[in-house]
Design a protein around this ligand. Structure first.
Ligand code: HEC
Length: 128
């Protein structure tokens, strides 16, 4: 009876989803709960996914698609890096490596910097 197949399918789907998220959690064991992102940081994540994710890993615990590009997690945890130093870097297009030949608006620079510093984490181990 179709009335019964639908809920059963839903249960299997839920079980699969739960298994998937359990795996995601266990690969991030050492890291504290994801921080609640400010409105600016949320916009920054959206910009990062649209503009940066072709080369950089933009969320923690993932390898960068372009092995030459450090993950945002690693960038966030560099010694001495703050939202302000990051803004300075991102505002000055001359700082960009050739691979990153693009322009981003000032508001996007603020949002990206606000987002990236949310990945600061004292126990961070750089991938490279
Ligand atoms: C086409 C590929 C590409 C894209 C797209 C890209 N990057 Fe990069 N980025 C790189 C590479 C490669 C490096 C490392 C270059 C180096 O260290 O000389 C880098 C380095 C950086 C660094 C400096 C890291 C350091 O070594 O201090 C920052 C910050 C950065 N990128 C931010 C961004 C942001 C923000 C975006 C999106 C708005 C972005 N990148 C998009 C390829 C890219």
């Amino acid at each position: 009876m179709p009335r019964f197949t639908t809920p059963r399918f839903a249960l299997i789907a839920i079980a699969l989803l739960a298994a998937g998220s359990a795996a995601a959690v266990s690969s991030a064991t050492a890291r504290p709960k994801e921080p609640t992102l400010s409105a600016s940081a949320k916009r920054g994540l959206t910009v990062a996914q649209a503009r940066c994710a072709a080369c950089h890993a933009v969320t923690p615990n993932a390898p960068s698609p372009n092995p030459e590009a450090p993950s945002f997690d690693d960038i966030a945890n560099r010694e001495g890096l703050t939202a302000a130093t990051l803004r300075g870097y991102l505002r000055d297009a001359h700082n960009y490596p050739d691979a990153m030949n693009f322009r981003i608006q000032r508001q996007q620079v603020r949002d990206l910097s606000a987002y990236i510093v949310t990945m600061k984490y004292p126990g961070h181990k750089p991938a490279i």
